[in-house]
Design a protein around this ligand. Structure first.
Ligand code: SAM
Length: 337
């Protein structure tokens, strides 16, 4: 597979598993060309992006706003437009001392070094310009979300973190010293009428229906809103008082990251799903045991299981992102409802 853009080291990203997923789904469903495919925990959008090219319609959803932005661009955008002229203007802008500079670079009034001073100022300048273009009607919603997705991914590339945004590094690592360049978050234009949501999966499920429901919830206690808080802050660009050492904002706590309620929420989702086929990605290190998942799914139809082993890169505290590899078993639980 060619190089695919995305958030670097997104926890639970299915980038490396997308061949396995496509093969298993095709094997179970057969013809997917006429299908409505829903990616209800969409994250970077990598799975929905693959199925956008094959299925009739994609529904993408995620509880995090940065993910909504990425999916609104990668899945929601179906009309092509000139990208370079917009990117060129933004790339040539002088940096400005805005919210990101103030709170997330050394030059600001803290010691949070999530970005170099120059890159933080560039993010501020680009982000502010996008907002005025939107207000002035110089860009439409499709272009706005394309530019915002491009900024989220380009800023993530030069972030001074070991992997996620739960901590920044003391010294500016090499990739964070490079100047931020706004690169195009290029989307495919297939299909039409794709739907993008930004909701809790359990509340959305009663309002949607289709043929294939793909579920890729969090596996463990690590809340995405905390681990990627800065991406939400760039995406929303609102005003708030950053909290603590890492400048955290308020974030949503997902039930899928809580041992006490995850099983209950999962069953509710399965029960309320109006889809013929349901696929659940989960691994052997998750909060729910494989047998628990099987027991629940079996209540609602014909159950089967596909598995694959893959090399996962575990985040550690070193200053680069070449983490230690461990082998994980990835499950794809299948239900014909
Ligand atoms: C394992 S990741 C999905 C990764 C995605 N398949 C990819 O390849 O990028 C889980 C996602 O579920 C989202 N999430 C967590 N709780 C949620 C909820 N209750 N409703 C909707 N999305 C949720 C998280 O924000 C995160 O993006």
């Amino acid at each position: 597979m060619g190089y695919q853009r995305g958030i670097v080291n997104y926890i639970g990203s299915k980038l490396k598993l997308s061949n396995f997923l496509e093969e298993s789904i095709r094997e179970t469903v057969g013809n997917i060309e006429e299908a409505t495919f829903c990616d209800i925990f969409a994250g970077t959008g990598i799975v929905g992006r693959r199925f956008k090219a094959m299925a009739k319609k994609v529904i993408a959803n995620d509880i995090e706003y940065y993910s909504y932005v990425l999916n609104r661009n990668y899945i929601g955008n179906t009309r092509s437009f000139e990208k370079e002229p917009l990117l060129d203007v933004l790339n040539q802008m002088e940096g400005t001392k805005g919210f990101i500079y103030q709170h997330y670079s050394l030059g600001g009034h803290g010691d949070r070094q999530y970005f170099s001073d120059a890159n933080a100022m560039k993010i501020d300048a680009i982000r502010q310009m996008m907002e005025s273009w939107r207000e002035e009607g110089r860009i439409d919603e499709d272009q706005y979300f394309f530019l915002l997705a491009s900024l989220i991914e380009s800023a993530d590339k030069v972030a001074n973190t070991a992997s996620v945004y739960g901590a920044y590094l003391k010294h500016l690592k090499q990739s964070a010293q490079k100047p931020l360049i706004l690169e195009a978050a290029v989307f495919d234009t297939e299909g039409e009428g794709h739907e993008i949501y930004h909701e809790d999966a359990n509340s959305l499920i009663s309002r949607i229906s289709g043929d294939i429901l793909y579920m890729d919830p969090p596996y463990n206690q690590r809340q995405y809103g905390a681990n990627y808080h800065l991406l939400n802050t760039i995406a929303r660009y609102d005003s708030f008082t950053p909290q603590g050492k890492t400048g955290l904002r308020e974030y949503v706590r997902s039930d899928y990251c809580k041992k006490s309620v995850v099983v209950e929420s999962f069953e509710e989702l399965i029960k309320n799903a109006d889809f013929n086929y349901i696929f659940l990605s989960y691994n052997n290190e998750g909060l729910m045991q494989s047998q628990e998942v099987e027991k629940i799914m079996q209540k609602y139809g014909r159950y089967s299981l596909a598995t694959t082993k893959y090399q996962r890169f575990k985040a550690d505290k070193t200053e680069n992102r070449n983490h230690k590899a461990t082998t994980t078993t990835e499950y794809l639980h299948i239900l014909e409802k």
